[in-house]
Design a protein around this ligand. Structure first.
Ligand code: ADP
Ligand code: MG
Length: 351
């Protein structure tokens, strides 16, 4: 979303690779004590003292993971950082640094990359992470962005996918399905716009959904919240692909089954009404939609009182023995096998 909106366009070749890197990163000043050397040498140098370090990478490809027809570049930069930080929080860690690598075709002017980096900078400020390096290269088609995030945690605080026990409670943060429905609204508007470029979409009622799609927030608040509550999850994962696939990951890694209760799945009222409008089942969207970047975790039953009533946390089910299988218990009390992606409408869904 920049091609028609930019008045000044500076060709990438005017700056050259080194000029471009300098230009884009000149405002990145390290803030953290653990960052010994950031951008500007052959490699960054960090000092985490005696903490364990957490490292995660994601690659986003134009046309596969994002569509610049409706994704502003600033939002893309912000979201690319969120996708990675979410994985650090899912280990119950604190995110500290990121590297940013881009491959870019010459159809992008310098100003477009400035927008991308404005989003990256905003995210790094709000989430208190240092940008410590990256790589810049050309691409023959489109934009690729790969971010690596680093984080820290005490050894005993790190939470893996494989620690859940039978009878543990399954807990989810926030609400689900909004990001996917935001994408549906944006795609519908794109089609309307193609047919009639003068149409003015009225998207007011979809604000929450569109924000969840374009400007997701990773749950930085959850590891410290759990610590304050005195709860150490037994297993945890972030919800990038939809609830059912993440429940299945926890089950497989922990060698357990699970019962997930349809009536407990937290949905925002905006998701319920847009699902009615699109005539799709909101439970199916929560299960298979993806990109919510909420956290899913398990806790021991005796910790229930500590999280009870917390507005950020909802108990949606419990773990069972592996032999009992993985099920969704519907509002009609039917037990359906949980499947990762059993819906034709999701066939084109990206990973
Ligand atoms: P090298 O030749 O060692 O790969 P570069 O010239 O690519 O070094 O990078 C110089 C410095 O700029 C390094 O610190 C590198 O991490 C950083 N850097 C390069 N590209 C980016 C980018 N897209 N975003 C942030 N930092 C970058
Ligand atoms: Mg390089």
């Amino acid at each position: 979303m920049f091609e028609n909106s930019q008045e000044n366009k500076t060709n990438l070749s005017e700056l050259g690779e080194f000029g471009l890197i300098d230009h884009l990163t000149k405002n990145f000043k390290p803030k953290l004590d653990s960052t010994i050397k950031a951008i500007g040498d052959d490699a960054a140098v960090l000092d985490f003292k005696n903490k364990q370090s957490i490292i995660t990478t994601d690659l986003l490809v134009e046309g596969v993971h994002f569509d610049l027809a409706y994704m502003p570049l600033k939002h893309l930069g912000y979201k690319a950082v969120m996708v990675n930080l979410s994985d650090v929080y899912a280990m119950n860690g604190k995110a500290t640094q990121i590297t940013v690598s881009i491959a870019v075709s010459n159809r992008f002017p310098v100003e477009a990359l400035e927008e991308l980096y404005a989003g990256i900078q905003l995210a790094s400020k709000i989430y208190n992470v240092d940008v410590i390096g990256g790589d810049t290269t050309s691409s023959t088609s489109g934009l690729l962005i790969s971010i690596t995030a680093l984080g820290i945690a005490e050894k005993e605080e790190i939470v893996y996918r494989n620690g859940a026990k039978a009878n543990d409670l399954l807990v989810v943060t926030g609400d689900l399905g909004a990001a996917y429905m935001g994408l549906q609204v944006l795609e519908r508007e794109k089609e309307v716009f193609k047919a009639n470029p003068n149409s003015q979409p009225d998207l007011d009622q979809y604000t929450y959904l569109i924000e969840r799609q374009l400007k997701p927030e990773a749950r930085k608040d959850i590891p410290p919240l759990l610590k304050d509550l005195g709860v150490l999850p037994t297993s945890m994962i972030d919800i990038s692909d939809g609830l059912s696939s993440e429940v299945i990951h926890l089950c497989k890694n922990s060698k357990l089954g699970a019962n997930l209760y349809e009536e407990k799945i937290p949905l925002d009222p905006a998701v319920i009404s847009v699902c009615e409008e699109f005539e799709i089942d909101s439970t199916m969207i929560a299960l298979s939609g993806g990109e919510d970047y909420e956290l899913l975790f398990t806790i021991a039953q005796e910790d229930y009182d500590k999280i009870k009533g917390n507005p950020h946390l909802t108990v949606i089910g419990h773990m069972t023995q592996e032999s009992e299988g993985m099920h969704l218990v519907t509002r009609a009390n039917q037990k359906l096998p949980l499947i990762a992606r059993g819906w034709n409408s999701m066939e084109n869904k990206k990973d």
